[in-house]
Design a protein around this ligand. Structure first.
Ligand code: PRX
Length: 659
């Protein structure tokens, strides 16, 4: 049977993939009965459950005396009050005496095949302590923010852990963001130090990074020091008194590997990570120490069923939440071996991932649907050249994984037998919320399956009443969990209005979903003006304000257009100021402009010039219509409130010419 036929019949039959019975005995969660029992316990007695998980998974210097204090009205959530701990202690120090001292903590594969580095827990501990001493020497103290703008090199993980050792919250900015995006994030976090590199190695090219940092720092008076890792070896400008090389700092005579950790309160800030919303500038999502670490360790253990001799590989970039939680904090807290890869899946050939799986005999592999779809296009012969038999669990994150990609992953990478766990979560949730457990949950391709134990996820209507089975609605979580965000940095108003105002007494995810009659979640995507490009979250408002900041643009509206590989791609409607020629040169100029304002990931793939946009009489752009046009649909719904319905016909024509 062809793959398409199989998918058709699978959807018709509602085929369910049962867990491998031979693996259940050794799993953390062994069966659905196990899951149901754990879920019941966690929902009936959340404090008992999460208290136990926190003591099982973390080492505390002083015990917490209250598991949770929750106030949805304020809103304010405090986990593990009275408890003190330190993240780098949990990720490193304690493994020096629990038998893991010489175990590989981090296996790093650089983009050039010959660039491999392995850090044992002891080695990583030494490097982290040394670098923490460098930061101290630079004046970094508990509570100071440190911005990090780096490629996927071990120094990135070392820098993060060094910050946590000192209790200095880090704010990582993905290295694909532009200088302007970096500048606004440094400014918002009011960071004291920036850690960066000379360049990023990507797809065989050396892409200078330091010039972006230089540009950003022109307008960042808070940054006193900038530490630069040499990666590309390209010529860069070093500003005297401000910039210094990582290798010089770390090898200075006064830098030792003895660096005491700070005893942090459970609710002390751990990091800020900026994420796009539907309006305004990106929000600095704040995560704190005890709850976040408990939750990432807990989910890494249950969802990936991590065991001590596993080699675990999450392919995300550490610049996003997936990399924070599932390359660094979750795996290292558990004392696991985490693989970090600098390169891309398709360079030098589309077999790079499988070659690495074979090389390190990876057991657990976690990637994104967009990667699977891109590699699927290249054909399965690339997967056949390698021995993938070490693999045991496959994971997916970032967007819904369509059944076709799910099956391809299961069949070609998983040899037709491995579980694919589709994990739904967000920057704000800190860790995975809805996912299968690999040896317990029967799988339905395309569904993220059930909420994890204790996660009270529900689908509700706008009025807050619970939706019927299979009725689409808003995804909310109406009980707190330890990994939830604690604030929007510097903007508690926005914290409240974005997440807790829509449905009183609950966290609002911003996603639409339905639950089928078996209690399985089917995520439908964002309900707000956020689009998902290759698993990256982009605010349409952010791209629009970048476009209108260009001198020739009068107005812009951005929507997500369905895309076979990326999930969605960026489509911009632009009205130019009068007298400006809407030609190809202008399209190029605007694309370059957006790259500069935000970064390559925000560049519109299509720019359609339009004389007017569909607006209601009160002047509101009817985005629904713009979305329908890029979907190639003519079912615009009720357009009677449009000021000028004729605009729509012109836009449809323009779209046909462009796509
Ligand atoms: O729309 C959902 C989608 O990604 C959004 C969160 O994006 P971000 O904060 O960047 O975190 C991405 C990685 C956790 C969600 O609101 N999303 C993420 N995972 C899935 C998903 N949509 C469907 N299925 C998923 N497994």
């Amino acid at each position: 049977m062809s793959e398409e036929k199989k998918i058709e019949s699978l959807q018709k039959d509602g085929q369910i993939f049962q867990p491998d019975a031979s693996m259940q005995g050794q799993a953390w969660i062994k069966s659905m009965e196990d899951y149901e029992a754990e879920n019941k316990r966690a929902l009936d007695d959340p404090e008992g459950y999460w208290g136990e998980r926190a003591t099982d998974l973390l080492s505390w210097f002083s015990d917490f005396d209250k598991v949770l204090e929750a106030d949805y009205d304020k809103p304010e959530f405090k986990w593990y009050q009275g408890g003190t701990t330190n993240v780098s202690y949990n990720c490193l120090d304690r493994h020096l005496t629990d038998g893991r001292r010489n175990k590989a903590a981090l296996i790093w594969q650089g983009e050039p095949e010959e660039d491999t580095r392995v850090y044992t827990y002891q080695m990583l501990h030494t490097e982290v302590c040394r670098f923490a001493n460098v930061l101290k020497k630079k004046g970094v103290k508990r509570g100071d923010r440190v911005s990090i703008y780096m490629p996927m090199i071990p120094e990135l993980a070392i820098a993060m852990l060094a910050c946590t050792r000192l209790g200095a919250p880090h704010s990582i900015v993905f290295a694909g963001f532009s200088s302007i995006a970096l500048q606004s994030r440094i400014e918002d976090a009011d960071a004291k130090v920036l850690i960066t590199a000379d360049a990023v190695l990507r797809a065989g090219k050396t892409i200078p990074l330091k010039p972006n940092a230089d540009e950003a720092l022109k307008d960042c008076p808070s940054v006193e020091q900038c530490i630069v890792v040499k990666r590309g070896g390209n010529d860069i400008n070093m500003v005297e008194g401000r910039d210094s090389w990582w290798h010089d700092e770390i090898n200075a005579e006064d830098i030792t590997s003895d660096c005491p950790y700070e005893e942090m309160d459970a609710e002390d800030p751990l990091f800020i990570l900026y994420t796009s919303g539907s309006t305004g500038k990106p929000k600095g999502v704040l995560h704190t120490t005890g709850g976040y670490l408990t939750y990432t360790a807990h989910t890494t253990q249950y969802v990936f069923d991590v065991k001590d001799d596993d080699v675990y590989w999450c392919t995300a970039d550490v610049g996003w939440i997936t990399g924070h939680s599932y390359i660094v904090y979750g795996p290292l807290t558990l004392g696991a071996t985490s693989v970090m890869f600098e390169g891309v899946p398709s360079y030098p050939k589309p077999d790079r991932f499988w070659q690495i799986v074979d090389k390190f005999k990876v057991n657990i592999f976690y990637t994104a649907p967009t990667v699977i779809r891109a590699l699927m296009r290249e054909g399965e012969e690339w997967t056949k050249r390698y021995d993938l038999s070490s693999l045991r669990v496959l994971g997916s994150v970032g967007e819904p994984i369509n059944p076709e990609a799910w099956l391809w992953y299961h069949n070609n990478i998983g040899g037709g037998k491995l579980p694919v766990v589709d994990t739904w979560w967000q920057t704000e949730t800190g860790g995975i919320m809805i996912s299968a457990l690999p040896y317990a949950t029967p799988l339905k391709p395309g569904s993220a399956t059930r909420a994890l134990p204790g996660i009270s996820a529900k689908i509700v209507r706008r009025d807050g009443t619970e939706a019927d089975p299979n009725e689409g609605g808003h995804l909310i979580v109406d009980k707190p969990w330890p990994g939830m965000l604690r604030n929007v940095w510097g903007n508690p108003e926005r914290y409240k209005s974005t997440y807790f105002a829509g449905f009183p007494g609950a966290y609002e995810a911003g996603d639409g979903a339905r639950v089928d009659s078996d209690g399985y979640f089917w995520i439908m995507g964002r309900l707000d003006d956020v689009i998902n490009v290759s698993g990256h979250r982009m605010g349409t408002a952010e791209i629009e304000s970048a476009l209108v900041a260009h001198k020739d643009v009068a107005e812009a509206a951005v929507v997500g257009m369905p895309h076979d590989v990326k999930g969605e791609t960026i489509y911009a409607y632009v009205t130019l100021k009068s007298g400006i020629e809407p030609d190809d040169d202008m399209i190029k100029e605007l694309k370059v402009w957006v790259r500069k304002e935000i970064g390559p990931i925000a560049t519109p793939e299509f720019i359609q010039f339009a004389d007017g946009l569909p607006k209601t009489r009160s002047g509101k752009i009817m985005r629904r219509v713009l979305r329908k046009i890029v979907e190639g649909s003519d079912e615009f719904g009720d357009t009677s409130t449009l000021a000028d319905p004729g605009v729509v016909t012109d836009l449809v024509e323009g779209n046909k010419e462009l796509v």
